[in-house]
Design a protein around this ligand. Structure first.
Ligand code: ZN
Length: 83
């Protein structure tokens, strides 16, 4: 295990678990293998982005849950509108 909070994330670098490297990369996905990059943003502007991303994740989870419920019920109803 590498130490957490070693400071490398604070320089804007992100870690790819697959390639096992730190990248200076703006995207969320590894340009090398396409896997989701891990970040530890400390800047406020990054926190705002992170909050937005969290909302997106919550949205995705709610969609997944609804899909699972629909699959479990096995009805042919149209999916409910998601706001
Ligand atoms: Zn990678």
């Amino acid at each position: 295990m590498k130490p957490v909070g070693s400071g490398r994330y604070s320089t804007g670098q992100k870690r790819c678990q697959v390639c096992e490297i730190f990248l200076k990369w703006d995207g969320l996905w590894c340009p090398c293998c396409g896997y989701r990059l891990r970040t530890r943003p400390r800047n406020l502007k990054y926190k705002a982005k992170l909050r937005t991303r969290k909302k997106i994740d919550e949205y995705r989870i709610s969609v997944q849950q609804q899909e699972q419920q629909q699959t479990a019920v096995q009805t042919h109803k149209k999916p409910a509108k998601i706001h």
